[in-house]
Design a protein around this ligand. Sequence first.
Ligand SMILES: [Zn+2]
Length: 162
Amino acid sequence: MEFTICPGCGVRLLKSDSLPEKKFNSSKECWELFCQLSALTPNYDEEFIHQMAIDTYEAQHGGGDTKNIAVVFGLAGLYLSLENNYSGRQVQKAHMVLGEKNKEWPKLEPPTFNWEYTVKDVLDSSLEKGLKEEIRKWAEVTWKGWGEQQKTIEDICNYYLS
Ligand SMILES: [Zn+2]
C-alpha cells in the first residue's frame, strides 16, 4: 500500500489515483477529506461553523503555492472567532472588509508541517463527539500553534477592522 504525506498538515493517507486537483499546499488525499467535511458543515448550525473549518484548513496549509491572503484570512478568522467570539457570518463580513481595505498581505511561515490535530482527526472523531466540538478543537490547536505570529494577525485585525 502506498501513502501520501500532506505537505501542509502532515496527515498520512492512503494514496488514491482518482482524485480531483487540490487547492492549497496540501496532498490531494487531504484536500479530499476537507471536501468531505465541507459537505457536512454548510447548514450545520446558526453560527456557521463551516467558516471555522475553512479558516482552520487554510491556517494549516500555508507554504508552497498557497497564497498569502489564504493564510492571513484563515488566521484572522481564527483570531476573531476564538478570541473575540465572532460567529462564522461575522467572520465572513470581516474578511470582506479586509479584502476591500488591503490587497497585499504578508507571507507568514507556518510553524510546522506536521500538525498534531488535522482534518482527519475531526472526521474520525466527529461521530462520537460532535462535529462542532471537533472543529473547534482543531481550530484552537491550530491557532495556538501559530504562537508568536498571532501578534501579526491581531495587529492586522485591529488596524483594518477598528
Ligand atoms: Zn493537509
